[in-house]
Each structure stands twice: as structure tokens, then as C-alpha cells.
Design a protein. Structure first.
Length: 180
């Protein structure tokens, strides 16, 4: 298992297949990016050196995963595997995850997230290096008309990059601190 710990100050403008379409066409909608990633062939992540993989993962986290944008159901379906290990529960269906995410968007319509510098770790998790674990911390500020929640969270994602466009096969995390 390979571990890559990086400093987020080294972020370049390249990204994982999830975010490539957005970055290659400034102003592109998330839906267009999602469609482009579905059409993109699987990338051989094993061929990437550690630095290139790290840059792509940090770009994916900062520019896409923590963007705070509302994704359409079709976009969510494109980035999640058919079954996902989801926040410590039994494996959940893609449909259940989409419903959960849409409910979260309604509960917290105003969301801001910032990747905490120097917290990203990347682990190649399988022999052919097509699955990777990413861990990172982020600061959050989410709001609705009636509530505000701020703090720091910790996240773990497992990405399967052996499928076209890549998919999230595990998502987990926790709030590590509440308040500003």
C-alpha cells in the first residue's frame, strides 16, 4: 500500500476525471462535466506518479467534492457506484445515497467548505492501484433560514478509478469540532 501525504499549497489545475471536464471548459455546468466524465474512458491511475496523483486528488476535493454546489440526481448517480459503503452503515444503494444528498441540499441550502491545508493523505488500496483512499479535513459553514452549523470535519473517500469517469465506492466522515 502506497501512502502519499501532500501539502495542499502545491495544488495545480489538473484534476481527477470527475473534475477534468469542468477545468477544461471554464464555465461548464456540473451536468456537462458529469456527462463528459461518463464518456471518458477509465484512466490508468497506476501509471501516474505519486505527485501527479496527489495533484489530481487535491483538485478533485477542492474544486468538486467541497464545492458546495447542488448536483442534479443524474450527476450524483454518475459519481457514486451502484452500492457504496456510506457513513458506517450497511452498503447503501446509489438511489438511497442520491435521496440522502438531495435531502442534505434542502436542509442546508447555503454551504461553504474549505480544505484544511496539509491534511490530505492518499493510499493506493489494491494491487493494480485502481482504487484509492483519500482522507482529509475540511472546515464547514452550512446554513438554512433557521440554523447555522460551523466546524471542522474529517472525511474518507474510496474511489474506484478502474471504471470510466471513476466512482465513489466508500464515503465516511465525522465532525471533529463544532463552532468557529
Amino acid at each position: 500500500m502506497l501512502r502519499v501525504a501532500i501539502k495542499t499549497s502545491t495544488v495545480l489545475t489538473c484534476a481527477l476525471a470527475f473534475a477534468l471536464a469542468v477545468q477544461s471548459a471554464p464555465g461548464a455546468t456540473a451536468q456537462a462535466a458529469s456527462q463528459a466524465t461518463q464518456e471518458r474512458p477509465a484512466e490508468d491511475i497506476a501509471a501516474l506518479d505519486d505527485e501527479a496523483l496527489a495533484r489530481r486528488m487535491v483538485a478533485f476535493i477542492g474544486d468538486f467534492y467541497l464545492s458546495g454546489q447542488n448536483l442534479e440526481p443524474e450527476e450524483l448517480e454518475a459519481i457514486y457506484a451502484p452500492t457504496v459503503l456510506y457513513f458506517g452503515s450497511r452498503p447503501k444503494s446509489r438511489r438511497a445515497i442520491v435521496a440522502d444528498k438531495l435531502g442534505y441540499y434542502r436542509r442546508w441550502p447555503d454551504r461553504r467548505y474549505n480544505l484544511v491545508p496539509d491534511t490530505v493523505s492518499i493510499f493506493r488500496t489494491d494491487d493494480n492501484a485502481q482504487q484509492i483512499d483519500i482522507t482529509f479535513d475540511y472546515d464547514f459553514d452550512v446554513r438554512s433560514a433557521r440554523r447555522v452549523s460551523r466546524g471542522r470535519g474529517s472525511a474518507v473517500l474510496t474511489l474506484d478509478l478502474g471504471v470510466p469517469g471513476g466512482q465513489i465506492v466508500r464515503e465516511d466522515g465525522k465532525v471533529v469540532r463544532r463552532g468557529s
